[in-house]
Each structure stands twice: as structure tokens, then as C-alpha cells.
Design a protein around this ligand. Sequence first.
Ligand code: ADP
Ligand code: MG
Ligand code: ZN
Length: 628
Amino acid sequence: MSIRDLLRRNPERRARPARWLLLCLIVVLGLLVVALRYLTPSSPGRELSLSELSTLVQAQQVERVTILDEDAQIVGEGPDGTFHVAYPKSDTATAALIQQLTDAGARVDVDPQSGKATIRMLATVVLPLVLLANLFALLFTTGRQNSGGLSEVRRFGTLGRRGGPRAEPPAVTFGDVAGADEAVTELDEIVSYLTDPTRYASLGAVPPKGVLLFGPPGCGKTLVARATAGEAGVPFFSVSGADFVESLVGVGAARIRDLFARARAVAPAIVFIDEIDAAGRRRGAADGGGSDEREQTLNQLLVEMDGFDAASGVVVMGATNRPDILDPALLRPGRFDRHVVIDRPDVAGRQRILRLHTTGRPVADNVDLGELARQTPGFTGADLANVVNEAALLAIREGHIHLGRGEFTEAVQRVLSGPQRRGRVLSEDERRRIAVHESGHAIVAAGCRLSSDVHRISIVARGRGLGSITMGGDRDAVLLTQDRLHAHLTLAMSGRAAEELVFGTPSTGSESDLEHATDLARDIAGRYGMSQRLGRMRLLAPTSEVYLGGSAALERLSERVHETFDDEVRRLLDDAFHTATDTLLAHRELLDDLVAEVLRTETLEGAALDTLLDRVTPAGAILNGERS
Ligand code: ADP
Ligand code: MG
Ligand code: ZN
């Protein structure tokens, strides 16, 4: 093991050179300033010119003068008090001056100011040399690749703010998080592990290692990560991926190494890498420049994550709102293999977040937080915190002692129009339409017995889609029967069917449903040979790539088959649509009830949903075979 290795293993020791150099630099600079101040020539009293002085001396008005040799000043007491005179400093000039003054009858003392001479020497020769040497040393230490020097220098400046070497657990706990119950439940396991890591080791269980939090900005990812550490009472070391976009290659990697070293030293602990997508972007993606640094950082992260074992008690958490661009290597087992979604809160969650942020503030009696929550669909936790803050600011401006209803209404408008809000808020009509669409899906799913249960209907905007239903499904099925396929087709058309049933016209909301349904219908007719008119024949190319250009496969077929194929796809889709409509017509009342309930709660799940969907009668007969 080389000295370098030794140094690398001990971050504290590695930290020293840069820290000492910096300290030295500050001391030297300080000395220089003091010396320069000391060296300014003393100039007591009035300033006279040399000729004025000789006039005074000749007039017998000055008895005695002192020559300050270093300062090149003559000082003395004249008729008008103390004076000082500057004179050119050269040996011959001094000699002549002394001669002239003594001739005129004054007594001349010379103060050689030897102390000042020494200091001048120091300040003009020695200190600058030390300063230069110091600067060079500092540049060398910090510029060296992978040295971690710069991060140390940084840390030097931010000591204490980051918690310094003795890291304290954050003060936030899960009590400071509202409306993210699922995430909190999942993180409970991490907390239990961090509270007693040895228990896992003794039972031979593989402990959690990396947790990736993802969700839109402002939904509380950073908050939840800190709260996990706070809840477990362990130190929290955090760094943001954005910090890695540094100009110096190797700095990001050094910071990662440093972070892990510090965490390991005080384990159990959490290492948190915020906005991990900035560092962990897919490698090799064409992004022009700067990727070298990111790649090093990412590699270092992977090395660190692979390098500690089960019992180490270090859990790595990462947060991102772009899981799609993460390097797949990060998601492999043993790395960030647990994923926790932290999404926009629904109406109940919003109400609880509002309550959390208003506790301890004087909220007027006329403020209904439930109503406020209903008025703010799509708002994130950060938006809601912002609303409360804006309301407080407005109250202050208007000199109120309470946060009133008016302030909150105005605050919502401000946050809505604020620059930081990119999400849109749905109008009442849009919400209703989405509720109808999703309820339609749910009823048909239940009617087709497509899944044992629909777990949840939600109209809280998630990602690209506006609403969603979540159901246990056929995902694990190895084979799909014709009935199943038709049921899926019907399900895909059911959102649109519900919209047309209730509103008379469709909307753009079913675009992706249609896309899915069309693909499925083409597969039924062209891949699985399940169309009576086309027969048991494969028309489309087998792989999905070729299938995307599927017409290529069809080109080889006769015009007649081609036309029949198009007809069949259309017929399958139409049939599915009508089946969906029939099912919904048979449950028209339930549809209305479901819509009302979804509009009220935004997310409908559990017993409330089950009771409603129990009213669906299975429509097996309709789905048997093809409709004619
Ligand atoms: P993210 O990291 O997901 O962008 P943050 O954790 O930075 O979001 O959240 C910003 C702030 O918004 C938090 O400090 C907190 O005040 C508030 N906030 C966000 N989500 C919640 C929540 N679920 N409960 C309470 N407060 C929240
Ligand atoms: Mg954050
Ligand atoms: Zn749909």
C-alpha cells in the first residue's frame, strides 16, 4: 500500500495540505497588510516644504529637529506647533541637509528607525516570496486530478454549514411530510435498517443499499430523504448532481469519494445525491462536452456503491425527476434497486400538506383548508407551501393579524401565475371529462372481469396522462386467449365510449387509448390469425421493429387481402367500442355515481372503490366471440 493510498483512505489527512495552505495564505496576507500600515511614513503636524524649514531655522524659530531616516521625514516643533518635512532620501542629500541645519544653529537628531527598516525588508522581499510560494502550492494541490483539493478548499469555507466532520441528524422527520404515505411506508424499512444494521447482518438478510426517489419537482423528494435520516437519527450527507457540472475534471469524483468516506466513518448514515440525473445521465449520450467529468463522477459513484458491503450501514438515496435518462448501470441490483415514487398529492394529501404548513400560523376561522385543497388540483407540496407563505406576506402587507380567506385566494392566484409553475391546472369541465373517461375504463375493466380488481381511479395528472386507473392485470399472463384480447380492446375503447355517452362528443384525451387499441386490433387480425374473414394466417412481420413499418409486410399481400385487413381492424375497433358503450349503458347510474365520487376525492381506492364496483354485473356473454 503506497503512501498515496494511505492518504486517500483518510480524508481528514488528505484534507490537511490544502487547509493549511489556505490558512497560511490568510496569515501572510494579514501580516502584509499590517506591515504596510506600519510602514506608512509618520507625518505629525503640519506639512512644510524644505525651504520653509530653512527659513524658519534661519529665523531662529526652530531649535531642534529629528530626522526619521527610513521615512525620509524631518519632524520638529516650530512656532505653530509640530511640523513635518519630506526630503529626498539619498546619502548626499541627507549630509547636505544636516550640514545646512546645523549651520543655521539647530540641533539635529537622527532616528535610524532600524525596526522599520527590518519590517520594510520583510514586507517587500520575504512576505511576497512566501505568498508566491503559497499560491503555487495551493494551485498545485487543487489543480491535480482526483486530488479532491478543491472540494477541501470549498469545504473549508462551508465548514459547519454542511455539518462539518461531526454530522448531526437532520431535524426533520416523517411528521414533516404529508400526503406521501406510500413513500413513507416504503422508507420505513430503510429507517428500521439504519436504526439497527446489525440485525440484518445477524439474520443474513440483504439490506437495502440504494433508494431512488422520483417524481415531479417540488413534491418533497429532498424533504423525504432528509426526513428518513431524521427519523432514523443518522447523519445525512448530501450533494447535488448539479454541483458536478464543474470545469475541473475529477472534482465530482473526488467529492463523491469524500462524501462516502465521511459517511462510512460515522455509519449508519445516509448519503443523498440530489438531482442525480445531472451526474448519472446515460453514458455516451451525445451531449457535447463536459461528459468526461460526468462519466468520471458516475463511475466513482458506481465504484463506491459496489465497494461497501451489507453491514456497512450506509444507505445511498438519490432523487430525480427524470428517471428515464438515468444510466441503466445505476438501476442494476445492488445499486439503486429500490424505487419510490413521490407524486403530486391528491386532494386529501393537499389538505394535509396545507394543514402542516399552516400549523403555528394564525389562520382565520373563515378559511376552509379542505376547500382550498379542492381548488388547487395539480399543486405540489412546494406550491402549497408557497401558497401559505404568499398568504402570510399578503396579510403582513395589509396589516392583518390573521391569514384570511381573501389572502389565500389571492395567494393561489399568485402561485398559479408564478414563473416557477409549469404544470397546468384543469378547468372544472376538463376534470369532469377526465373523471368520466377513467370511470368508463374502470366499469368496463370490472365488467370484463379483466382483473380481479381495479385498485385505484385517479384524476391527479401523472406524467403524460391526465388520469389513470390502476389494476392488477394480465401482465404476467403467458398466453392471451381471444376473449382476453377482445376484452383488452374493449377496455381500451371504454374511456372514449364513456365520453361520447355522457358528453355526446369525444376529446383528444383518448389519443393514446386509440393508439394502443389500433395496435392491438392489427395484432389480432394480422399476427394471431384471429379474424374470421382473414383466417388463420400471419400477415404482419414477427418482430416489433419490422412491425412498426408493418405495411412493408403487407405489401407482399394481394390488394384484396390488404383491404380486408384494413376492414377487419376497423371492425374490431368498432365492435370493441360498441361493446364498451353497451356495458356502460347497462351501468349508466353507476357511471354517474363513480364520476361524482372521483370528482370529490380525485383518487378513489380501497373499500370506497370496491363497494361501487361491486355493482358491476359481469358481461361475459357480450365478450364471447366476435360481435356480428
Ligand atoms: P423536491 O426535492 O421533490 O423538488 P422538496 O423536497 O425540495 O421537493 O420540496 C420543497 C418544499 O416543499 C419542502 O421543503 C416543503 O416545504 C414543501 N413540501 C413538498 N412536498 C411536501 C410534502 N409532501 N409535505 C410537506 N411539505 C412538502
Ligand atoms: Mg429537491
Ligand atoms: Zn383512457
